[in-house]
Ligand binder design. Structure first.
Ligand code: PMV
Length: 351
């Protein structure tokens, strides 16, 4: 039985405080949700079709339920053969996410629905935009089918969709987006450990998020590049991974108790480790060094980039305004902003 009510769900963006890339090979990562949300509204239809509208992608598509399930099945086969991004059209990922949820619940939909995706999360910036889409769509379909919002189930459905987009994702993105807050994540055995903390104000108030732009390389390509490096130079990647893992573990108490100097030291060393595996482009390196010269720290968040922009940089300075002044003066074309960290994860919005 499907509902006849309108349903709205939302989920936050996410960022890696530390541990990206190495998390793919089993190292722990520390992530936080970010207060930019993706909202999905589902409205039941009188026929059995499904319409998907994305304001951000300026795209609109109407399909039958069979077409959605077929697309999901094909994507799985193609992904199994290639382990590559198999979402070439703008709304492919949304179709696959809905298809994954329909398959999981295996129920007949007696009516169709329209879904409208309204996201504040920049695409391709390392803030988990795709994860917010799969998590919210899976949740909307679950509620439409009269199921309760079980975060574990929604997270698993979203992870299936994430694989079709990112090739070999760790699952950290969808987990942070689903659960929200600050979490320690390990891929295998899957560990999603909520720290149950608010990042203390002394620390939280001095972050700046800098948008360097959409990387030329996709997340899947960056992950594949690191995999190749790991095959060619296992000692470099494995020893760096061990150092990063130690940094992640020491970062946890440091964040909890807002030890500013230690926090900065760890972020700086963590960024250096990311640089040593080639995921920080020259243009982003220049900005990061400029922030360090001012007495701050900064790092890429997520997959990074090799040749151009690297998505969002997480910058921290005991006086945030110093970073903001630098950006205005030396990088006037780059957008920067602040956003609350550690916000609530997936939730149903009450109309
Ligand atoms: O750039 P994003 O937000 O897609 O994050 C990718 C993070 C990686 O660790 C590089 C890959 C992963 O799946 O965890």
């Amino acid at each position: 039985m499907s509902t006849t009510e309108k349903i709205t769900v939302s989920a936050p963006a996410k960022l890696f405080l530390l541990g990206e890339h190495f998390v793919v090979y089993g190292a722990p990562a520390l992530l936080t949700s970010v207060g930019l949300r993706n909202r999905v509204t589902l409205t039941p239809r009188t026929d059995t079709n499904i319409q998907i509208v994305s304001s951000k992608l300026n795209a609109d598509l109407t399909l039958t339920q069979d077409e959605i399930l077929k697309k999901r099945d094909l994507a799985e086969v193609e992904w199994t053969n290639t382990h590559a991004d198999v979402t070439s059209e703008p709304l492919d990922y949304a179709v696959i996410s809905i298809g994954e949820a329909m398959k999981y619940y295996g129920k007949n939909l007696t009516s169709g629905f329209d879904v409208e995706i309204n996201s504040d999360v920049p695409v391709g910036a390392g803030l988990g935009s795709s994860a917010t889409t799969s998590v919210t769509l899976a949740a909307a379909v679950a509620l439409f089918l009269g199921e309760k919002l079980d975060p574990e189930i929604i997270n698993n459905i979203a992870y299936e969709a994430e694989k079709r987009r990112h090739g070999n994702p760790s699952g950290a993105d969808n987990s942070t987006v689903t659960y929200g807050g600050v979490i320690r994540f390990v891929r295998d055995p899957k560990t999603i450990e909520p720290l149950g903390i608010n990042i203390p104000q002394e620390l939280a108030r001095n972050f700046v998020l800098i948008d360097t732009g959409k990387p030329h390389e996709s997340t899947g390509e960056m992950v594949a590049m690191v995999r190749t490096l790991r095959e060619q130079n296992p000692d470099l990647v494995n020893s760096t991974s061990r150092r990063q893992a130690d940094l992640v573990e020491s970062l946890i108490p440091v964040v909890k108790t807002a030890q500013i100097a230690n926090f900065m030291e760890i972020i700086k060393a963590g960024e250096k480790n990311l640089e040593s595996i080639g995921v920080v482009s020259d243009s982003s390196l220049e900005i990061i060094r400029a922030i360090e010269n001012l007495g701050g720290v900064a790092k890429i968040c997520g997959a990074g980039g090799k040749t151009g922009p690297t998505g969002i940089l997480l910058a921290y300075h005991p006086e945030r305004v110093r970073v903001e002044e630098l950006m205005r003066k030396s990088y006037p074309k780059l957008h920067f902003f602040t956003a609350p960290l550690g916000v609530e994860g997936l939730r149903q919005e009450i109309a």
